[in-house]
Design a binder for this molecule. Sequence first.
Ligand SMILES: Cc1ncc(COP(=O)(O)O)c(C=O)c1O
Length: 493
Amino acid sequence: MRALGLRALDMLIDHVAAPSDSTPVPARTAGAAAALLRDQPVPHAAVDDPAALLDELHLLLRDGNAHPDRPGFLAFVPSPGTFTGVLGAALATGFAVPTGWRLTGPVASAIESATVGWLVELLGLSEGTSGLFVPGGSLANLTALTAARDARAGEEPHRATAYVSDQAHFSVRRALHVLGLGADRVRILPSDRAQRLPLAALAERVGQDRRQGSCPFLVVASAGTTATGAVDPLPELARFCAEEGLWLHVDGAYGAPAALTDRGRRALAGLGLADSVTVDAHKWLFQPAETSCVLLREPAHLRRSFGVELPPYLAADGTAPASGAQDDGVDFLQWGVQHTREFRALRLWLSLKTFGADAFRSAIDRGLDTAEEIARHIDASPGLAVVTGPALAVVTFRPLPRGPGPAPTPQEQDRAVDEVCRALMDEGHALVMAVTVAGRRVFRLCTINPRIETAQLRRVVDHIGALWQTRTAAPPSPRPTPSGQARAEGTAG
Ligand SMILES: Cc1ncc(COP(=O)(O)O)c(C=O)c1O
């Protein structure tokens, strides 16, 4: 065990300590993945050499998948981890820590409650707010929306109606679907020019729906949309929801941690007025995948929605303290859909204790700085222009048509943007994905990884500009050939 364990630990350390310009993209996708799909009979007998098996696995893990924790991973929302988060995950798993119930996991429950309490304070949420760790933002959204439905959908849940913007993450609509709200009960409002949920349109639609007999119960706002980092007008939405008796859920899966910093706190003003908030620690709080948290201003709603009467084998011996009271701790199995749960809180607890919250604050600030710096660089580059942002740590931009030839059509430009992203990925230096803003494909950078070096990011942006030029440069004007026929030369591609 020790030899194998130390070998595995070395592999992990090599990975975490890899130079910041290490490739974030899979180096050997097609072949390795196809072989794994094809040539894998059930391993009935033990392997002769478990160390060799680990070495083989090391190569697959190192080269076979993308690495969202590396600085070159600028797509989606990266997952820049800390080593303490990895250790917390390993220790929690290795010690088989029970987390659902205080009788068997009193320390685990206390650590989870304490970590949730730290998060509430660091995000500036109101006193009494609490919640639990869940596997991801999608599950956090589902948990919060279930509580919202049970608290506010009234006597006639079939008339319950929810409001989201077209920029909300798809997990919100999926959660509503799981809760039984069909497309006819979900109003998807077009976002405004700043990609934000427009209050006036929301108010109008809520009024119209009430007049037509629907039962509005929920508004889902974003504190950092995935596509552009836009923050919905939280104070105004909170006021409106309070007046209308609607539940306000804020999906801050990616953006909420910005509230640890001064400028982030300003950008996210009103976060504490939400009835519930989603925050993914596996994004901007630097923890391994599946470390997310759902927080409710009135956590008693969680027990109302998810609490169960315990069967005799869990409840009958009288040693379990009564659940629910804040000062008494929590049986987390009563607060969410999971019974057996991983001890996710330990990752963040260990990381916060080790580095201190100030280090987190600086690391988040650095992501904001990087976004601002790269936006300035883009705007100063002759062939490029910022389209949105920097908003939290997301910048989108597009190349400007240049050169003597005819400008490419919008469709050709859109295609070229996606081709450039693909070419960049094939080269292996960086992973950048395009998004659609106002109907056009644009490049998008998410700069939350504090290990991003600005010079390195500038090179990525410059290279994007160069790749785009080669893809869209007009072919030179046709020159007559000796036979008199036109011939295209030097077609770019
Ligand atoms: C705004 C937002 N909400 C929800 C999610 C879903 O979170 P998860 O992938 O942890 O389920 C994401 C993921 O990127 C997100 O950006």
